[in-house]
Ligand binder design. Structure first.
Ligand SMILES: Cc1cc2nc3c(=O)[nH]c(=O)nc-3n(C[C@H](O)[C@H](O)[C@H](O)COP(=O)(O)OP(=O)(O)OC[C@H]3O[C@@H](n4cnc5c(N)ncnc54)[C@H](O)[C@@H]3O)c2cc1C
Length: 418
């Protein structure tokens, strides 16, 4: 079949890979100059199936309100009335309770662990490099109260059968000796040995280049303007370079997916949640972290990507704003420097902002759109790098008329209809 993939972020590029592997004729349309240039460019790099979970959690609304009051709050939201945000927030609030959290977490865990297995298989079958690093993740706690929450998380991991270990300060420092120089307290940590990290931009670039060498066509600097359809069936897309026809079209346009499908009456509840990252060069390997660290105190994730450190965090519900706020960069630098004071060139750190394509409940929206010829691969939120390969494989299986290897209950748009 001829299949059109719209968007070459980590989700679209991975989708193109599985479709190509299934023997389809694949074309990818991307408005930017290359693959992985938007949200997939500067994320934290965490491949973290162990703690993939929804932002909608019990007590979260109160926590968000409390955080907003703090100076340098990691969370912000705009009070400007916007129908799209209000509608998303209303749905999100409905998910912030224990029963819904459990359902959503299990759905995301199902995707995330499957996805990590798919990524490992992909790495074995392609010659791509992307600073992959499988040394586990330390979820770091600075206070006893945070350690208590860590224990609750550990119990949930035990219930799910996920490999983990609660560590005291000494054991945490033994796993990541660079923390010995931290100027903030390390009260304890939750070690997730099965998690990893990697550069999703490098992954996209390398995979797209390899796919192009195998015959997949990438139309860069080409904007998708509209879906083409006749008699209720989607037949491709009109682009800035002209029409492209296909038997199946897959929408993998991150935050832009809702606007594309809306004229067909498809309501995708995906809203951008802004975050920031810094990337800095390691100048002394002995003093920089090798293990990925999720600092629970600041909610900042720090990953080692080759000879660089990437640190990302913050959550701003303020629409499609990608402006770079210098005070956010200072906050990120201050946070990372508190943990790793030396061995990193903070002075020349680059700064980036991205928009996580969030669903209100957390899991992505995969597969059937309700329109013949149109499949969705959207709404990967704050776990899109972790979930990309698994969701891509699911969508490719569906496009090829095969039953996906994981149950897609609760992962399709059906959960919002009704
Ligand atoms: C600060 C931050 C930290 C994060 N950390 C992590 C992490 O540690 N681990 C993790 O798993 N995830 C993380 N994420 C989430 C992850 O980055 C996203 O979920 C993922 O990148 C989404 O991928 P995507 O392909 O859906 O979207 P995108 O990467 O945004 O790709 C969509 C593509 O569609 C293209 N497009 C849009 N409109 C059009 C159009 N009209 N025509 C043509 N092309 C179009 C865009 O240019 C873009 O390239 C983080 C995100 C942020 C912001």
């Amino acid at each position: 079949m001829k299949i059109l993939v719209l968007g070459a972020g980590v989700v679209g590029t991975a989708t193109a890979y599985y479709l190509f592997r299934d023997g389809h004729e694949v074309e990818v349309v991307e408005r930017l100059t290359g693959a992985g240039m938007e949200t997939s460019f500067g994320n934290a790099g965490g491949l973290c199936p162990s703690f993939a979970g929804p932002w909608a959690a019990p007590g979260m609304p109160a926590k968000v309100l409390k955080m907003v009051m703090q100076a340098d709050a990691p969370v912000r939201f705009s009070l400007r009335p916007e129908l799209r945000r209000l509608s998303w927030a209303r749905k999100w609030l409905r998910e912030c309770n224990a029963p819904r959290f459990r359902v959503n977490k299990l759905r995301m865990q199902r995707v995330a662990h499957y996805s990590y297995a798919c990524l490992q298989e992909l790495m074995a079958q392609t010659p791509i490099a992307f600073d992959f690093h499988a040394d586990g993740v330390l979820q770091l706690f600075q206070t006893d109260a945070e350690c208590k929450l860590g224990n609750i998380a550990a119990n949930a991991l035990a219930e799910l059968g996920i490999d983990h270990k609660m560590l005291d300060s000494e054991a945490a420092l033994a796993i990541e000796p660079a923390l010995k120089r931290a100027s903030v307290a390390v009260a304890g940590a939750l070690h997730l040995p099965a998690d990893a990290s990697g550069d999703s931009h490098a992954f996209c670039q390398a995979l797209a280049a390899w796919l192009a060498s195998q015959g997949v066509r990438f139309h860069y600097s080409t904007r998708v303007e509209q879906l083409l359809h006749t008699a209720g069936r989607v037949t491709g897309a009109r682009t800035s370079a002209g029409p492209l026809n296909a038997d199946v079209t897959v929408v993998a346009m991150g935050n832009q997916a809702p606007a594309l499908v809306a004229p067909l009456g498809i309501k995708l509840p995906v809203y951008p949640l802004k975050g920031y990252s810094i990337t800095a060069t390691v100048t002394d390997a002995a003093q920089a972290p090798t293990v990925s660290v999720m600092d629970e105190h600041s909610k900042v994730m720090i990953s080692r990507l080759g000879n660089r450190i990437r640190a990302a965090g913050m959550a701003e519900l303020i629409g499609d704003d990608l402006s770079l706020k210098p005070e956010r960069k200072k906050l990120l630098v201050r946070t990372v420097r508190g943990l790793f004071p030396d061995g990193i060139d903070y002075e020349n750190a680059s700064f980036w902002a991205g928009l996580r394509p969030m669903t209100p409940d957390g899991p992505p929206i995969l597969g059937p759109s309700g329109r013949e010829g149109l499949l969705l691969n959207s709404g990967h939120g704050s776990n899109g790098w972790t979930q990309a390969c698994g969701t891509a494989k699911v969508v490719s299986d569906l496009a090829s008329g095969r039953k996906p290897e994981i149950d897609i209950e609760g992962l399709t748009i059906e959960r919002y209809r009704g």
